[in-house]
Design a protein around this ligand. Structure first.
Ligand code: HEM
Length: 476
């Protein structure tokens, strides 16, 4: 079985047409207990639990592809989440979970490695009515008009960054993309244009976030991550790093609470400070901190790595790169080509490779059923590499998407249903603007033509070397 990276190099040219297909139907959803008993339980991966935890965390790609090959499209693992999650990758199963009543299939994010960091009560980790309240409060800041307002901010941040890149010297794109996406999300949260001024609490917070995210690539961070799995409060190194970040976050909150214009301001921090719970209470500093940290962490590294992956793929697919360059530089269908590259990038390299729900009632998944209380995970990675949906799934083919929109349950890099990524529109806007700005102004080349391996960091899947590139030419 080749790894994704190896399979990419093996992928040959596709026949014309037929680049997006359909999966055969597979019944899924709640079933009555007597009917569930008629169906078998999914096959279980026969490895010791500890080994499965390590393999899943370190080599999720090999782990899930192998399990699917050996056990089929629904299988059970023994892992960190109690009761061993069942993993599926059929679009009908995905649909059943995304459209379920919220109380029938609550999200598993409350049990994810992010919980000790962002707390149990942020929009990402809360479930039930609290989740819906937080989501409703934040949604307007990430929709339509609000995103239009960000467009200039994104373009300026991209410009500032691109201007500084050297010609002829290799560097990793991911941290450069991160500098842009961090400026954008902090701009939206704090309502500031450009980078925060030096010596302000916002600037100190920005520095702390960058430090913490950089530290999360150290080998010791893997250990810290394992130590924190399943906990409510952080321990060890994570605790030390977070306490530094928290001091700075609370300083920013305190400053804003005292600002004379806090009632008039429309940025996300001010919005959180005005917000009232059903009981008319305002949010505590801790609640505001959890929400801010969620938005910063969920919002900038994901988008940055998604862009890095798009480039990693593009630079190893010269025909696609050339078509995009031509479209952007001549203006012929530029927007469609940009959209197609982003869509294909997120299909072939979903930064979040897996998401989950815990079914509260017996659930059918094709020819199997699982009892109430079972965690059911949707492998975005496996779904996006189904042969029937995406012929030659390992080939990077942006043209799959020209004149075609991705299916709601077949293309799910942002998840779906009532837990669909709150920042999806912002992330798409950022990717469009930044990708176009780079294509328009620079000729890039991969430092090493071999594909970069995917590695797992916390809940994300990122390019091992950060998508290393060389600028060959800067256009006027
Ligand atoms: C390419 C970039 C991004 C990707 C791939 C991504 C992916 C995801 C995924 C897979 C989920 C879980 C959905 C589910 O369980 O069904 C999610 C949730 C979330 N994302 Fe994103 N995201 C991105 C960018 C952003 C941005 C820019 C923000 C904004 C600040 C953001 C904020 C959130 C929040 C708050 C949630 C929790 C939503 C809820 O549970 O109601 N994300 N994202």
């Amino acid at each position: 079985m080749p790894t994704i990276a190896e399979a990419d190099t093996l992928a040959s040219e596709l026949p014309e047409g037929g680049l997006v297909g359909q999966a055969p139907p597979s019944p899924a959803g709640p079933v009555e207990p007597p009917d569930a008993e008629q169906l078998a339980e999914p096959p279980v991966i026969a490895l010791p639990r500890a080994l499965q935890v390590i393999r899943f965390n370190q080599r999720q790609i090999e782990f899930v592809f192998r399990a699917r090959r050996e056990l089929g499209e629904v299988f059970r693992t023994r892992g960190v989440v109690p009761d061993g999650p069942v993993i599926t990758s059929h679009p009908d199963h995905v649909r059943s979970l995304f459209t379920a009543k919220p109380e029938d299939a609550p999200s598993l994010t409350g049990e994810s490695p992010l919980r000790p960091i962002v707390g149990p009560n942020s929009v990402l980790t809360a479930i039930g009515s609290r989740h819906m309240r937080q989501r409703k409060l934040l949604l307007p800041s990430f929709h339509g008009e609000a995103i239009d307002r960000y467009a200039q901010m994104i373009a300026d941040a991209a410009q500032r960054e691109i201007d500084r890149w050297p010609v002829g010297a290799p560097f990793a794109l991911a941290p450069r993309m991160q500098a842009i996406t961090l400026d954008v999300i902090m701009g939206g949260i704090f309502g500031i244009e450009g980078r925060p001024q030096r010596a302000t609490p916002e600037h100190q917070l920005r520095t702390a976030i960058r430090g913490l995210v950089a530290a999360s690539t150290w080998p010791t961070a893997q250990l810290a991550e394992l130590m924190n799995l399943g906990r409510d409060e952080p321990v060890g190194l994570t605790r030390v790093g977070l306490s530094l970040l928290d001091r700075r976050t609370y300083a920013v909150i305190a400053k804003r609470r005292q600002a004379a214009d806090v009632q008039q301001r429309r940025d996300i921090l001010s919005l959180l400070l005005h917000a009232r719970t059903e009981d008319g209470e305002t949010l505590t500093d801790r609640e505001v901190r959890d929400e801010l940290l969620t938005l910063v962490l969920a919002g900038h590294e994901t988008t940055a790595n998604s862009l890095a992956w798009a480039w990693e793929r593009l630079l190893r697919t010269p025909a696609a790169h050339e078509r995009l360059r031509e479209a952007v530089r001549t203006g012929a269908d530029a927007a469609d080509h940009i959209e197609a590259v982003i869509t294909e990038g997120m299909r072939s390299r979903p930064v979040i490779p897996i998401i989950g729900r815990r079914v509260a009632v017996p659930w059918r998944l094709g020819r199997y059923a699982v009892p109430a209380g079972t965690p059911v995970a949707m492998s975005i990675l496996l779904l996006h590499h189904r042969e029937d949906l995406y012929p030659q799934p390992f080939a990077f083919k942006p043209e799959r998407w020209l004149g075609r929109k991705p299916g709601t349950y077949e293309w799910i890099p942002f998840g779906g249903g009532i837990r669909r990524c709150l920042g999806a529109a912002l992330a798409m806007a950022e990717q469009r603007v930044v990708l176009e700005a780079i294509v328009r102004r620079l000729d890039l080349e991969a430092e090493d033509p071999r594909p970069e391996r995917a590695v797992h960091r916390n809940v994300t899947m990122i390019p091992l070397r950060g998508a290393r590139v060389i600028v060959r030419r800067r256009l006027a």
